[in-house]
Design a protein around this ligand. Structure first.
Ligand SMILES: [Zn+2]
Length: 90
């Protein structure tokens, strides 16, 4: 993975502060994983699992920005050219 997950940024819907997701306060012992804004402590995303599904509530997040993984640039394969069967070998 070329981008690090802590590079994600979140803008709080309550106070408008944009901060790194890694700066948020994490409450892992709640019924869901809860992140709260490091500036105003409002709840931003809540993540839970239920009946084999992942639930993500983002009511407190105005904008979540996650760097896209870098694409792999591959060399262009050599072009195939037609061979003249009557031509002498090179
Ligand atoms: Zn906030």
């Amino acid at each position: 993975m070329s981008s690090h997950r802590t590079a994600a940024r979140s803008r709080c819907a309550s106070c408008g502060t944009t901060s790194m997701v890694g700066q948020h306060h994490l409450y892992a012992d709640a019924p869901a994983l809860v992140l709260s804004c490091p500036t105003c402590s409002e709840v931003e995303p809540r993540i839970a699992s239920q009946d084999g599904r992942i639930l993500l509530e983002q009511r407190g997040t105005a904008l979540l920005t996650v760097p896209a993984p870098q694409t792999v640039v591959r060399e262009t394969p050599p072009r195939l050219t037609a061979v003249d069967a009557d031509a002498p070998p090179r």
